[in-house]
Design a binder for this molecule. Structure first.
Ligand code: WQD
Length: 339
């Protein structure tokens, strides 16, 4: 299939692009580079062993998006494009609602107009909000505790209503847990701009000497060692999950499906720190500080629905995730070159 990957120059998008090509699909990337550097593209082409079509585009612009669909003949869309920083979304709610909803509406409108019906949406475990059942299953109610999370809940609702209105759509909602890690080559990886919001890139930058120490947000949770527990999933396993979901909906009869993409293995902050120290051979200095507002103590995936229906499961553990992250970080201490 010819697949449009929106946000394909980003962290998860770039890894998914490589796996789509390896699976025999044609790929076109659409990205505005608001959260990615153009220098990722030559590395992707080097790893793919072929040129990769790229359109630098503002997907909130319906005219430009329609023109893209008129110029190319897509069979499917994987939609990663969107702002994703929880804290930033609290500070800039209008930016987050407008960008994350408008990009999605613009792409869906263009798909509808051009008869493209296969749509894989980059959702997030954040849509589970607070729930006393820590192992999340796809039938749980959705809610959010921040504007970023609400944009995911809202887009999921739009897609459910679209699937009811027109069952010719083939839609997959993929709920990621905590994506970490990097391509085994060390040539592509996670390259957050500014101070990393997320744990793994922060630990990695401490190990490589870019940051002095890690702040551990609370060690008084009711967990194995008092620190926050999450379900970390290697970005390569996540990418494989996208290829499996796309091929599943292309052959299935359901108008909309929902799958958790997670390992099902709960891991604490301190366990990540210890695994990273093993992987890098570096000390990871840290200081325990008060809890971060909005953080939940613990949650992880029940991935059995995806295991069963997609024939997919994670293959890499937290040590693999740290080894691959460290290879990327140590080979690229400052991330991708600017230009
Ligand atoms: C993980 C654990 C922190 C940083 C968020 C979004 C989610 C998805 C992934 C986009 C928690 C602790 C973290 C630090 C720390 N993003 N931590 N010190 O919050 O589980 O999920 O990112 O799709 O939607 O909600 O990820 O990596 O920020 O935190 O102690 O400097 O690490 O308290 O327990 P989170 P995270």
């Amino acid at each position: 299939m010819h697949v449009l990957v929106t946000g394909g120059a980003g962290y998860i998008g770039s890894h998914t692009v490589l796996q789509l090509i390896a699976a025999g699909h044609d790929v076109t990337i659409a990205d505005d580079f608001s959260n990615a550097k153009p220098t990722v593209l030559p590395r992707l082409e080097e790893l793919a062993g072929q040129p990769i079509k790229l359109h630098r585009i503002d997907l909130t612009d319906q005219t430009a998006t329609d023109a893209l669909f008129a110029a190319e003949d897509f069979d499917a869309v994987i939609h990663f494009a969107g702002f994703k920083a929880v804290g930033e979304s609290v500070a800039k709610p209008l930016d987050y609602y407008q960008n994350n909803l408008d990009t999605t509406f613009s792409v869906l409108r263009a798909m509808d107009a051009h008869g493209v019906r296969r749509f894989v949406f980059s959702s997030s475990a954040t849509v589970y909000g607070e729930n006393p059942v820590l192992e999340r299953t796809e039938d749980m109610p959705t809610s959010a505790t921040n504007p970023y999370g609400w944009t995911k809940v809202m887009v999921e609702q739009v897609l459910r209503d679209l699937a009811v209105a027109d069952d010719s759509w083939r839609i997959a909602l993929l709920r990621y847990f905590n994506p970490v890690g990097a391509h085994a080559s060390g040539r592509i990886g996670e390259d957050p701009s500014g101070l990393p919001n997320n744990l793994m890139p922060f630990v990695s930058q401490v190990a490589v000497g870019r940051r002095e120490k890690l702040a551990v947000f609370g060690d008084d949770y009711d967990t194995v060692d008092g620190t926050g527990v999450r379900d970390y999933i290697h970005v390569e396993d996540l990418a494989t999950g996208h290829v499996a979901a796309l091929e599943k909906i292309a052959a299935a009869d359901e108008a909309l499906s929902v799958w958790n993409l997670g390992s099902g293995d709960p891991v604490s902050v301190l366990q990540v720190v210890q695994a990273f120290a093993r992987a890098s051979g570096r000390e990871i200095p840290y200081e325990v500080v008060p809890r971060r507002a909005g953080d939940l103590a613990a949650y992880w995936a029940d991935p059995s629905k995806a295991n069963r229906e997609l024939g997919w499961k994670t293959t890499r553990d937290i040590d693999d995730m740290c080894v691959d992250t460290w290879r990327w970080q140590s080979q690229n201490p400052n991330g991708y070159p600017e230009a």
